[in-house]
Design a protein. Structure first.
Length: 563
């Protein structure tokens, strides 16, 4: 029988200062919320979750997926990976709505699994963001060359300073900036999808109807690495999964800044409930439409040999130019530049809050806990500003290869992080069952299709991680860079985990001692009450992008969400 919790009794205990589950650290953790300014509203976190991580991974690198996998191979890669990523976001949303603290999964791993895993995954993510930020800066600087050619160091410095200033001010300012750029990205994606469909139907200036011509010739799949038959086509399709992982990287950290959210236990579920629909609408649909209007053998597509992709290699720009549309490429390039800046801003926000969470847990220097007058962990942000200088490595041929190698490891670290999230969530899920906690009745929100979707996603991520460098084992295609970048993260995460475990003598928390009940009691007590949403009036009724209606089927666990 499910354990029944009496809310009034729990709150009475809280009022007398009695610790929950014998763990005073839970109460101390929740008091950290008052150190931050809760400046992120529901519409901010909704749009950040919706489009905050959309950057060069979709607008530029998607062309590489078409070139190496074919239109159907790329579509399958983005769809399957998107389904697995949506399961990860749902798991994060369930844990984050109960434990709305800065740091995301590093906090959940600390409470629900093992402090050693929190330490290992936290620094794994920090590395990923330290490299991702300068990568976005370099991408934005290269894109400017679509109009004018000057020393890229000027643009790297300019975009770097802009990215550094934005996260140091009020979180509300950051939220408004990201809201604006997310709207731009969404408008661009909608526009280019419509453009691709119109071109495919013969509505372009040249009047040429394409239909599914390129799916027939050169075909839906590509013979990857020159390997013939179905094996070469399968390997080409399999390679698109890794391209999709890079495009989706960062989507899992929607709760990283939970301490700065207003009404987090309402905003976080709303930001995660329809994640698969968003992935389908903005990623999968874009891959499908662009695969209609560009052949996989187009020589302008990014083939993976360029150190830094340019705007001319964007599949959307190529599609417009092939159709004879002259004005669209400049518009697309401008929005892609803003997307790179926006993605860099999101990386700094997520990374600095993870670094703050590590520091709070004692897994990093205490200096990273320092907040400025705006409630921003400025020391953490400054660290990312220092590592922006990695972008200057792209200016020298001798060091550009090293920088590209560092970027390659980002996708692998994302896979590791997703796998860890699945492991932590499964401990959380079975901890609820062990303690008799009814997830659908006692938690702020319970993700559907659990634990089956998490088990399936974990299996998928392990397969991708183990086969990441498969091309290096094909005769005649050995690459030391590919092998190292594909597998070096595995021993690193194991050394971090077991090294910390031996040093601090930590143990995996038994299911019956995971402090889920204590967090549930805090939730029932509403230590920081969340006001009811105000009724919408006038134009606000049009905010369908960040609002929802939810209906629960009688006698069923399945929630259906519609706009």
């Amino acid at each position: 029988m499910p354990r029944q919790t009496n809310p009034s009794h729990a709150c009475e205990e809280a009022g007398h200062g009695i610790s929950f589950e014998g763990n005073e650290s839970i109460g101390n953790a929740f008091r950290e919320v008052h150190q931050f300014h809760q400046g992120l509203h529901q519409r901010h976190i909704q749009m950040i979750a919706l489009a905050g991580t959309i950057g060069t991974g979709l607008f530029l690198s998607s062309g590489q997926a078409i070139a190496t996998s074919g239109p159907l191979g790329a579509l399958l890669g983005y769809a399957v990976t998107g389904l697995a990523a949506s399961s990860v976001v749902s798991a994060v949303g369930e844990m984050g709505s109960l434990v709305p603290l800065s740091g995301g999964v590093v906090r959940y791993a600390e409470y629900f699994f093992d402090p050693a895993l929190s330490f290992a995954d936290g620094w794994n993510q920090i590395y990923s963001y330290l490299v991702s930020v300068p990568a976005e800066i370099v991408a934005a600087a290269v894109l400017v060359e679509f109009w004018i050619t000057v020393n890229s160091a000027i643009w790297i410095t300019t975009f770097g300073l802009l990215m550094l200033i934005t996260p140091l001010v009020f979180i509300r300012v950051y939220g408004e900036i990201e809201f604006f750029f997310s709207m731009l990205k969404i408008a661009l994606i909608i526009g280019i999808n419509i453009m691709a469909i119109v071109i495919s139907c013969g509505g372009g200036p040249n009047g040429e109807s394409i239909g599914f011509r390129y799916w027939r010739n050169p075909g839906p799949f590509v013979q990857y690495l020159g390997i013939g038959g179905s094996l070469g086509q399968f390997l080409g399709c399999w390679s698109s999964f890794y391209n999709a992982v890079y495009a989706y990287s960062g989507i899992q950290n929607v709760t990283a800044a939970a301490s700065e959210l207003r009404a987090p236990r309402r905003s976080i579920p709303k930001a995660t409930k329809r994640i698969f629909i968003r992935i389908f609408a903005f990623y999968v649909l874009s891959i499908f439409t662009i695969g209609l209007v560009i052949p996989s053998n187009d020589p302008n597509l990014l083939q993976g040999v360029s150190t830094h992709p340019t705007a001319s290699q964007s599949p959307f720009v190529i599609a417009a130019e092939r159709a004879g549309i002259t004005a669209v490429p400049s518009i697309i390039n401008a929005v892609i530049i803003s997307s790179a800046w926006s993605a860099g801003n999101s990386d700094i926000l997520f990374g600095s809050r993870i670094l703050f969470g590590l520091s709070v847990l004692g897994h990093g220097p205490k200096a990273f806990q320092r907040l400025n007058r705006f409630g921003v962990p400025y020391v953490s942000v400054i660290l990312f500003g220092i590592f922006m200088s990695l972008g200057y490595m792209s200016l020298e041929q001798s060091s550009s290869g090293v920088f590209r190698w560092l970027q390659d490891v980002v996708a692998v670290s994302t896979l590791v992080d997703w796998g860890i999230i699945c492991i932590v969530y499964l401990r959380f899920y079975y901890g609820c069952k062990k303690q008799g906690i009814n997830r659908y009745e006692e938690l702020p929100w319970a993700a559907p299709f659990q634990p089956y979707s998490t088990w399936a996603s974990l299996t998928f991520f392990v397969l991708l991680l183990l086969t990441g460098g498969y091309s290096a084992f094909i005769p005649g295609h050995w690459s030391t860079e590919t092998f190292i970048s594909s597998y070096i993260n595995i021993p690193i995460i194991l050394v971090l985990y077991f090294g910390y475990k031996l040093w601090k003598k930590t143990t995996i928390r038994p299911l019956e001692t995971i402090p889920i009940s204590g967090f549930v009691q805090f939730y029932l007590c509403q230590e920081y009450p969340e006001p009811e949403p105000k009724p919408t009036k006038g134009l606000k009724k049009l905010k369908i992008l960040w609002s929802y209606k939810a209906y629960q089927m009688p006698n069923a666990k399945l929630l259906i969400f519609i706009l």
